[in-house]
Design a protein around this ligand. Structure first.
Ligand code: MEV
Length: 442
């Protein structure tokens, strides 16, 4: 790799100059790379400008497939769920689970709570926890007052600050305390709202502290929302008679139900399995989160912290098979927005919301949780019956064929060939070389 000199003021360059510098310094074939980058620019200048302005230093767009999984019956209503994801089998698995459960009453979902949290992290040296606690009680009202103009609109919409508490964390870190603030952010994810409130509270708290007669040294370390939202939780569930659980997967119903429950118990006691199990859930969750313009990094971080809340990392889903009934559910902490962020800006995101009937945040939470549960059902169903590779590789076949630059007619023949066979990379190459009339190299 050639030595590249640092560049000053890169963000101030116009787009063409940024690309020129980049390609001159890093591309093996600058002309080819330029064509490729430009090939992903939007054909409408206005739409491209919108994308350019989402972030700094945009040079092109990064496409993900936007698929849909129809036939999701949730609380009696039918949904077609938008999913933005690159992994071949995810949408197919979601659609399969949707059809399966549609015939068994569909999914039920409910939001269990909608409380979000943020913290002013501060130290106060030379003052006791009791004194700080009394000082907080005496001055809490002033902190609420300081945020009044910020929270006015949110209060009109039925949300706002729900409560404030002083937390003594000095056993974990010397002189460390928190103001823990709880919020209801209605249909917005609320990150900007929460952070603005916290910064205002922090400023007021410091001023109050400094002008008090407590003395010592008060220092605001930081003020930030928590992406861990164990009090903003949605439950999605399905249930059916054990007699109905296993249409066409080749094993007895009761054996299927028991194996399924056992597979989930393994994910509860074995973190190596739990991580993969939960990853499969997040295949569904993230795909909807991304399609609807929400923050998948926050969603991921939160889900995994929640999966560890008992002290060890466990399955996010649960199942029972008792008294002739199979029950399967997920409790998922989720902070999503249906207003704000890019929800009203990105045309695909707007379309995704339209497809879902412009849900509010609670409705979207239910849909996302259902997508995660459905994904997990399909994965575990395959794992305990046919194995995962049969379906997975069938969906991946087109990727392999595209990698081999197969023509449409070759693709057709090869897909037909694998109709009743398990796909593998080597078997695909073998058939491909035969059809092309090439001699296979080993
Ligand atoms: C693959 O993306 C996801 C699975 O590994 C999930 C699972 O094992 O449960 C199939």
């Amino acid at each position: 790799m050639k030595e590249v000199q640092p560049i000053k003021g890169f963000s101030k360059l116009d787009k063409e100059s940024k690309i020129k510098w980049l390609l001159e310094n890093y591309a093996n074939n600058p002309d080819e790379a330029l064509n490729m980058l430009k090939g992903y620019w939007h054909s409408s200048e206005e739409a491209q400008k919108l994308h350019d302005e989402f972030i700094e230093n945009t040079i092109s767009n990064y496409y993900l497939p936007f698929g849909v999984a129809p036939n999701f019956k949730i609380n009696g209503s039918m949904y077609t769920i938008p999913m933005a994801i690159e992994e071949s089998s995810v949408v197919a698995a979601a659609a399969k689970a949707a059809n399966f459960w549609m015939d068994r009453g569909g999914f039920k979902a409910q939001v269990l709570s909608m409380v979000k949290m943020g913290h002013v992290h501060f130290t106060w040296e030379g003052v006791s926890a009791n004194e700080i606690s009394k000082f907080f009680s005496d001055n809490e009202e002033k902190l609420w007052t300081a945020t009044e103009s910020l929270t006015q609109n949110m209060r009109i919409r039925g949300g706002g600050i729900l409560g404030m508490e002083l937390r003594d964390k000095s056993d974990l870190e010397p002189s460390y305390f928190q103001l823990e603030v709880k919020f209801d952010t209605r249909d917005s994810m609320g990150a900007n709202f929460i952070n603005s409130c916290l910064e205002t509270i922090a400023k007021e708290w410091k001023l109050l502290g400094q002008s008090s007669n407590l003395g010592g040294e008060i220092n605001i370390i930081m003020s930030i929302l928590s992406n861990f939202t164990p009090e903003c939780v949605v439950r999605a569930e399905v249930e059916c008679a054990i007699d109905e659980i296993n249409e066409g997967s080749g094993i007895e119903n009761i054996e299927f139900a028991e194996k399924f429950v056992r597979a989930l118990r393994i994910a509860d006691v074995e973190p190596y399995r739990a991580v993969t199990h939960n990853k499969g859930i997040m295949n569904g969750v993230d795909a909807v989160i991304i399609a609807t313009g929400n923050d998948f990094r926050a969603t991921e971080a939160c889900a995994h912290a929640y999966a560890s809340k008992s002290g060890s990392y466990k399955s996010l889903t649960h199942a029972t098979a008792d008294d002739g009934k199979f029950k399967f559910w997920i409790d998922l902490p989720l902070s999503v927005g249906t207003v704000g962020g890019i929800t009203t800006l990105h045309p695909m995101v707007k379309f995704a919301h339209e497809l879902l009937g412009n849900p509010n945040a609670e409705e979207l939470m239910k849909i996302v949780a259902v997508a995660g549960l459905a994904q997990n059902f399909s994965a575990v169903r395959s794992l305990i019956t046919s194995g995962i590779q049969k379906g997975h590789m069938k969906m991946h076949l087109l990727n392999i064929l595209n990698q081999l630059e197969a023509t449409d007619s070759e693709k057709e023949q090869i897909i037909e060939y694998f109709k009743d066979k398990v796909v593998s990379f080597s078997a695909t190459i073998e058939v491909f070389t035969k059809i092309r009339g090439l001699v296979a190299k080993n």
